[in-house]
Write a protein that binds this ligand. Structure first.
Ligand code: GLA
Length: 483
């Protein structure tokens, strides 16, 4: 089932900078060589910066060998194109059918890809029995049952769910009129209820709000979604991510403010994900548009990944616009090369600068200072301070993970230089490290400060990060010494 809605012209045509944005500047040093980051598939390349690269999958094409070959080779995230929508999963009240969606999940598992769940509450592809529920209380029960029924079936198997899809109208009128607003109110209360229900159903899944025409920062629709997410975050409503569908064509081009939009949403404390990317066109123009979108994601630390809405042009819901990365024969298009290059040039997510705020000081001692005379001997030399390292897993996926290490100066004296001995378990190898220089990529190595973050003030701290291939468990061990 497909929608043929018209995406509104989105103001100014995008300024399509030809050159890749140079992201590796002061304050960020890639400790390993660029070639270590030159992956040859979309998924591996995205993973090198802790991101994913996904596609929508149609269960009816899983037996197509060209389709399956590209899917397994290039993608490490999968979204069912239609198979998890309400009309597919609960076609009649209380009767759940998961066959086609299960086939996609099983394929994703077999190729080592994670899953985006799409979608729980939407006004479209909704079976008619839902639309004929007449009372608010019954519709609330129906919504809860649907979220619980679908999410419990896939509990633990979904990286992120599009909990609510397309609740906002185009333009400035706020929420779209639908069965949801008509029965449950023209306010975000039912959306909040959906997110709270979803959190309880599968606490491990990231919960996203997903929409289209929210790419241009100044658009009223974008602002409406932003205000809802800001309100949810302020009140503790469980939302983890915002999906930008990003269906682009000449009537709805990539806006010049796209990166601004992504980073402004991310600043609310949510991940941003590009969830249904397709860009109509061909050749260099199309390639440049794709490059702009990928560069925007790579420039935003919390842009977790990109999903294209199909594999080959004829697989697209907009096939005549040839909006995807592979042609009908499965050949890579110029847009594919542009995306791969942009991913390989990308910045690892945590572009952490040393914190500018001082850490909270411990409460001053209430005992009076010692009255003994200060030592007359000179202070020990060679011990400018003591440091400690703390390891944190940021993100993991089948076959890899991203981690952050905090280096803490435990003394009151500034330290000038630090080294973190890093014990990498068997099978783990670092593909990319930032804010530190690694002496190797596997086994027992040393991560030494970069030339700009060796100095840590008394009681201050800094961080470095890395992406590695291999399992995130057991965790690497860390130690710390100065210099
Ligand atoms: C929207 C939905 C998708 C899909 C496309 C058209 O973007 O979120 O699931 O239906 O429309 O294929």
């Amino acid at each position: 089932m497909r929608e043929s809605r018209i995406r509104r012209r989105a103001g100014l045509r995008a300024v399509l900078a030809g050159g890749a944005v140079l992201l590796v500047g002061a304050g960020l040093s890639l400790a390993l060589t660029a070639t270590a980051n030159a992956a040859t598939t979309l998924g591996a390349s995205a993973a090198a910066t802790g991101r994913y690269f996904g596609t929508a999958v149609n269960s009816g094409k899983l037996n197509d060998s060209t389709y399956s070959t590209i899917l397994a080779r290039e993608f490490n995230m999968v979204t069912p194109e239609n198979e998890m929508k309400w009309d597919a999963t609960e076609p009649s009240r209380g009767t759940f059918t998961f066959g086609n969606a299960d086939a996609i999940v099983s394929r994703a598992t077999s190729i080592g890809a994670r899953m985006r769940g799409h979608t729980l509450v939407w006004h479209s592809q909704l079976p008619s029995w839902v639309s004929s529920v007449s009372s608010a209380s019954d519709l609330t029960t129906v919504m809860h049952n649907h979220i619980n029924g679908v999410m419990s079936h896939y509990k633990g198997k979904i990286y992120a769910w599009d909990v609510v899809n397309e609740a906002f109208a185009d333009g400035s009128s706020g929420l779209r009129s639908s069965i949801w607003t008509q029965r449950l109110g023209n306010n975000t209360g039912w959306i909040e209820d959906a997110f709270r229900t979803a959190r309880a159903a599968d606490p491990a899944a990231k919960l996203c709000y997903n929409d289209y025409n929210t790419d241009n920062w100044t658009d009223a629709k974008t602002q409406g979604v932003y205000n809802m997410v800001r309100d949810f975050k302020a009140r503790g409503v469980p939302i983890d991510c915002v999906g930008f569908q990003s269906h682009f064509n000449s009537a709805s081009p990539v806006p010049a403010s796209y990166q601004t939009t992504l980073s402004n949403f991310a600043a609310l404390g949510v991940d941003v994900q590009i969830t249904e990317l397709d860009i109509e066109g061909s050749g260099t123009t199309q390639a440049n548009n794709y490059r702009t979108v990928v560069n925007a994601c790579m420039a935003v630390a919390r842009c977790a990944g990109i999903t294209v809405w199909g594999i080959r042009d004829p697989d697209s819901w907009r096939a005549s616009g040839t909006p995807l990365l592979f042609d009908g024969s499965g050949n890579k298009k110029p847009a594919y090369d542009a995306v791969l290059t942009a991913l390989n040039n990308g910045t690892p997510p945590p572009t952490t600068n040393p914190p500018t705020t001082t850490r909270p000081s411990t409460a001053p001692p209430t005992t009076s200072p010692p009255t003994t005379a200060p030592p007359t001997s000179a202070p020990p030399t060679g011990q400018p301070g003591t440091c400690a390292a703390t390891y944190r897993l940021v993100n993991s996926w089948p076959g890899g993970f991203q981690a952050e290490v905090t280096v803490q100066n435990n003394g009151a004296t500034t330290i000038n230089g630090w080294t973190v001995p890093l014990g990498l378990p068997a099978g783990v190898s670092i593909v990319n490290m930032w804010n530190a220089v690694g002496s190797g990529t596997s086994g027992s190595i040393n991560a030494t400060n970069a030339n700009y973050n060796g100095t840590i003030a008394g009681n201050g701290s800094t961080t470095f990060g890395f992406v590695a291939n291999g399992s995130s468990t057991p965790a690497p061990t860390v130690g710390c010494h100065t210099p």
